[in-house]
Write a protein that binds this ligand. Structure first.
Ligand code: BGC
Length: 848
């Protein structure tokens, strides 16, 4: 009996670990939901309805007590519940995608939603599903990578996880929001086929497959129209074509016109009804510019969502969920382990052998403190986070000493150490600063003074409040000829506009677009004084919250302590990469690693043959200066609060790396298919997506350009073999649904290595006979397979009509052309293991 009880208890404990859908859901009966919605709608006045479609207090929708509608609370995702205090910080979305594990991502999302329930949050503002087009986008870490199929699978898993807890997921940012520079004004010019094949599928999947509750429109314009009033995308595509019955909300301050937005499909303006308010909409309704039905439809969508998730029938706050969520913490660790990608491992330097190493050094700006997340609204504050240094030190305990050096000064220290004089010769120490009360440096400055250096941050140095633009002029004395690194750090949008001239040559031009939060350039300077002119413009109050300028001589940046430590240690882990002050929403980042890091990695790798480079970033970066010298490279992404523990386990071989790249890493930025058209056409706001559907690996394969690391790439400590490919019609192919499986691709995967591990088998489809140019191959299925040493498993991946189709823009529909298709079973887009063919017949697909 006791045994039975113990067993039951164990089962009970297990059950709580894997949280299934909650039981506090509201009626499933659609007709009953609609009746209730109509009943409430009928009791609301026009004014009350209009009040409902504009947010309040930054993150709320007003409640109407009289009809039982509570005030609805929102909080940012996607890697945790950002607002209302600390929360479990999961790995960033790009890291979630790197797991290629939809089941795990579903559990991550479930835990995020449990944190939301603990905080009484109704709407989680995630997932972000914008496509990775270029490594510089400051928000890449918030998204799921470059491939629409992978992004869609992640989006569906995430939305289902969140909504299983009766929290509304919000898929964002709709649409074609693929950069952060000047994000309110850029116009993404994208042809219809490219929109449908690359930029919309994840939204479509979130709506059609996962029944997502809300969609957030993006800031940018799409083909000339702001997303928040884009009738075609909102009304025709999302609502009519995909049957979206939920809420389309604006991004924060991303609404531009009351009538335009009301008629253009926006249901909820956030964070306030700046446009969609009584003053604008009551007269618009009375004059017939906006119909009553249009307003009712928006309110219905809000009410429907509230009924659907049970918000009218119970408190959203679930007091049974601890705010410091241990279950979430476990999932965060599991996800971090699964997301790390081993990019390079020459000579088997990894895993480190505990028995052989006598000393480890952890060097670099990302070693400590932990860098769990990038910056902006996607940043989450964890209760506690494990840094790479702590992770390794915890894992090795007292057996092996783990030494630490930062290796580089902070940006603030670099700016503080950069000295100027007011004139080329004989001037005083410092820079001449001029502050103007207008945004374009016009006329006499309101304040003029000499300042010691250019190093403003929120706390460091006061900034004249009335200022809208400013200029600093000074002379930098290059004591010796050589290469110098110059950086300028700003706050991004609102105050991120600056330009720098060195000896009258324009070095940084961030004047109309904030190209990088922290700009970086290498200059060859002759000895002597060099004229520096830095100009900045921005909003009241925001200007001066951060403006730092530093100039540093190459060869002098890395600390002597770090170099000595690298030379005397058995192994060095270089913790490099970006952080929330360099890679963030509101601005882009550089392709190069932050200032000094190329030199740091180069110096460490020169001093120690066993240099393992671990990079924290949302995507690709320039490795050209040091990769040949570093035997191992590990991609950490932003690994969340448990990242340090997971990385240590991987470096030490306790966990076998199983992450795979959800993006292509380019050798040079110039190689990226979006390179020629990532920035607006000169003198315009138009960003023309010239590469069309050939984004990421689709583009590299088309132009025969070898990337540095291919999409899908990732090494393991095990070795996997593939065999026995078979392609046959799907067993249940009779069911008439557009997503019904047509073919099944089956093959064996064997772990031929000595360690247990997981392989990500990828299935790509190629079409050589369609009337439009198509990529060599496109991802259409994948499976993450866990295998013990020697174990073989048969994997089956289903292909449906979409797997073979392109979007026929003229006909306005998806179309698969009967004929022969290539099937590739691959370890990455560049490493095909098995090849086959299938012949699609006319009876397989609808006539066309
Ligand atoms: C971001 C959104 C976010 C919102 C609320 C905006 O700046 O673009 O993704 O959900 O702020 O924080």
């Amino acid at each position: 009996m006791r045994k039975l009880l113990t067993a039951l208890l164990a089962l009970g404990l297990l059950a709580t670990q894997h949280v299934a859908a909650r039981r506090d859901a509201a009626p499933r009966d659609a007709a009953a939901v609609e009746r209730r919605v109509e009943e409430i709608l009928g009791r609301l006045t026009l004014e009350e309805k209009i009040d409902l479609i504009g947010g309040v207090d930054d993150f709320f929708v007003r409640g109407v007590e009289r009809v039982g509608l509570p005030r609805l609370k929102m909080a940012d995702g996607p890697a945790g519940v950002r607002n209302f205090g600390p929360a479990t910080t999961m790995p960033a979305a790009v890291a979630m995608a790197a797991t290629w594990d939809t089941e795990l991502v579903g559990r991550v999302a479930t835990e995020i939603a449990r944190d939301a329930r603990a905080k009484g949050v109704h709407f989680l503002l995630g997932p972000g599903v914008n496509i990775y087009r270029a490594p510089m986008n400051g928000r890449n870490f918030e998204y799921f990578g470059e491939d629409p199929f992978l992004v869609s699978r992640m989006a569906v898993a995430y939305v289902r996880g969140v909504q299983s807890q009766n929290v509304a997921a919000t898929v964002k940012h709709y649409a074609a929001n693929n950069s952060e520079f000047d994000r309110h004004n850029t116009d993404s010019v994208v042809d219809e086929r490219t929109l449908r094949e690359i930029y919309l599928p994840a939204f479509e999947a979130a709506v059609r497959e996962a029944d997502v509750a809300a969609v957030m429109d993006s800031y940018n314009l799409v083909n000339g129209v702001h997303a928040s009033q884009h009738g075609r995308l909102n009304n025709e595509v999302a609502k009519r074509e995909w049957g979206f019955g939920g809420i389309i909300m604006s991004d924060w301050n991303g609404t531009y016109d009351a009538v335009g937005a009301a008629n253009g499909g926006l249901d909820l303006e956030m964070p306030s009804g700046k446009f969609m308010n009584r003053a604008n909409l009551v007269p618009a309704v009375e004059s017939g510019k906006v119909s009553r039905e249009t307003i009712d439809d928006k309110v219905r969508r809000i009410l429907r969502t509230a009924v659907r998730f049970g918000w009218l029938d119970r408190e959203q706050t679930d007091p049974s969920i601890p705010r410091l969520n241990q279950q979430g913490r476990r999932v965060a660790l599991e996800a971090a382990r699964a997301s790390v990608v081993l990019l390079k491992n020459d000579g088997g330097v990894l895993p480190l052998d505990r028995a052989k190493i006598k000393s480890v050094a952890v060097i670099g700006p990302v070693a400590y403190p932990a860098v769990p997340m990038g910056g902006g609204s996607g940043r989450v504050e964890p209760f506690a986070a494990v840094s790479i240094l702590e992770g390794l030190s915890n894992a090795l305990g007292t057996s092996v000493p783990v030494h630490y050096a930062r290796g580089l000064p902070t940006l603030g220290e670099m700016a503080e150490a950069t000295e100027f004089t007011t004139t080329a010769t004989g001037g005083e120490a410092g820079v001449s600063a001029e502050y103007f009360a207008n945004p374009d440096l016009r006329g006499e400055p309101a304040v003029a003074r000499v300042e010691p250096r250019i190093n403003f941050s929120r706390l460091a140095r006061p900034f004249p409040q009335q200022s809208l633009s400013s200029r600093w002029t000074g002379y930098f004395d290059a004591r010796a000829a050589g290469r110098y690194e110059v950086f300028a750090a700003s706050t991004g949008e609102d105050a991120g506009f600056f330009r720098l001239r060195v000896d009258d040559r324009l070095v940084f031009d961030n004047w109309s677009e904030s190209r990088a939060l922290v700009q970086l350039a290498t200059l060859d300077l002759a000895p002597g004084a060099h004229k520096i002119v830095l100009e900045q413009r921005g909003k009241h109050g925001r200007l001066g919250t951060r403006m730092q300028l530093g100039i540093l001589r190459r060869g002098e940046m890395v600390s002597a302590e770090a170099k000595a430590l690298a030379a005397r240690s058995d192994v060095v882990v270089v913790a490099a990469g970006f952080d929330h002050t360099v890679e963030s929403e509101g601005a882009d980042r550089t392709f190069r690693l932050p200032v000094g890091q190329d030199e740091l990695i180069g110096e460490v790798a020169a001093a120690n043959r066993n240099a393992v480079v671990v990079v924290t970033s949302g995507g690709g970066y320039d490795t050209s200066e040091w990769l040949a010298r570093a035997p191992a490279l590990v991609q950490a992404w932003y690994p969340g609060q448990e990242g340090g523990t997971a990385l240590a386990e991987i470096l030490l071989g306790d966990v076998n790396p199983s992450g795979r790249l959800p993006v292509t890493f380019e050798r040079r930025w110039e190689d990226n298919p979006a390179h020629p058209s990532y920035y607006p056409e000169p003198g315009t706001n138009r960003v023309v997506y010239r590469e069309g559907v050939f984004v990421g690996y689709r583009g590299y394969e088309r132009s025969n350009t070898r990337p540095l690391f291919a999409f899908g790439h990732g090494l393991s400590y095990a070795t996997f073999r593939y065999g026995n490919l078979s392609i046959r019609p799907a067993a249940n192919a009779a069911a008439p649904s557009p997503r019904r499986p047509l073919y099944e691709v089956s093959f064996d995967v064997t772990n031929a290595g000595a360690r247990a591990g997981a392989e990500v088998a990828q299935v790509y489809v190629g079409d050589n006979h369609s009337p439009v140019p198509r990529p060599v191959k496109e991802l259409k299925g994948f499976a993450k397979v866990f295998l013990r040493p020697g174990e073989t498993r048969r994997v089956t991946v289903a292909l449906d009509a979409r797997s073979f189709s392109f979007y026929d823009a003229e006909a306005g529909r998806w179309r698969a052309v009967p004929g022969e298709f290539d099937i590739y079973v691959a370890r990455s887009s560049a490493q095909v293991e098995l090849r086959g063919k299938l012949r699609l017949t006319r009876s397989d697909v609808p006539a066309g």
